[in-house]
Design a protein around this ligand. Structure first.
Ligand SMILES: [Zn+2]
Length: 261
């Protein structure tokens, strides 16, 4: 077992743990990654996150929610648990839950980089550890006028938690030098943002997901401020705030919301 932070450890033999440590250090070498990890694990929860190998070598990673009595602790108070749940556990408790983070430090062919995957999964683990895991349908947090097909929209991210983790990984990947980042959680759907394009795809994304961005500010204010302060070219949080200030571009609010003159 190799300790990575007070509440995070890797387990799976010397070679595996060394690889995970290498990926962990790579994340810490970026400003956004460093600040995010500090919030996630030095400033927050006492729940344990154990990083272990994936059973399927074609899989990059997954965060497995604790079962049994811990299950409901991952969800906020009052959150109705999805799917079949153990008797007597209809609602979340908000107490926080440990999680098992399955991670493959050798990315499967064609997959995203291992550090990007690990950062994504750590965001999930943190949300569960804090008892704030609330995978509400992403459709509730999309600007309605940008939705042409609600099925496609749902398939793109599914829920807000996946959307949030994908935005975190996008800011990180862009800061690490990626010229394109995925803007979908469904790898069968060809959504991505490119650094070089006629219009800022980061800004288009910010406009579409304005309500989802507001939810970050409401539920994760510390992470919100770290996201906003990244200089990455993909940064929907910064773009969202710029849109609010920019009276020449149709923003998240209608024009007549402006101060009358
Ligand atoms: Zn995910």
């Amino acid at each position: 077992m190799t300790s990575l932070a007070p509440t995070v450890a890797a387990f799976g033999g010397t070679a595996y743990e060394r690889s995970v440590l290498g990926v962990w250090c790579k994340i810490q070498a970026s400003l956004f990654g460093y600040r995010l990890l500090r919030i996630l694990f030095e400033n927050g929860t006492k729940q344990v996150i154990l990083i272990t190998s994936v059973a399927d070598p074609d899989k990059a990673g997954a965060t497995v929610l604790a079962r049994g009595s811990s299950f409901q602790n991952a969800y906020p108070v009052g959150y109705r648990l999805p799917g079949p749940v153990p008797a007597g556990t209809l609602y979340g408790t908000g107490l926080g839950s440990p999680s098992l983070l399955e991670f493959n430090p050798n990315a499967p062919a064609g997959g995203i980089d291992p550090d990007v995957t690990l950062l994504h999964e750590l965001v999930h683990a943190y949300r569960q550890a804090c008892g704030r895991w609330s995978p509400l349908p992403i459709l509730r947090f999309v600007k309605p006028t940008t939705v042409t097909d609600s099925n496609t929209e749902n398939n793109r991210f599914g829920n807000w938690e996946e959307w949030f983790a994908v935005v975190c990984e996008g800011i990180y990947a862009a800061e690490m030098g990626a010229h394109s980042v995925r803007t979908t959680h469904n790898n069968n759907l060809p959504y991505f943002a490119m650094e070089m394009s006629g219009q800022s795809q980061s800004r288009v994304f910010a406009d579409k997901f304005g309500p989802a961005i507001v939810r970050i500010r409401n539920t994760e204010p510390l992470i919100y401020s770290v996201m906003r302060s990244s200089n990455a070219w993909f940064n929907p949080i910064r773009e969202y705030e710029d849109l609010l200030m920019d009276f020449d571009t149709p923003g998240p609010f209608p024009k007549n919301f402006d101060v009358p003159n």
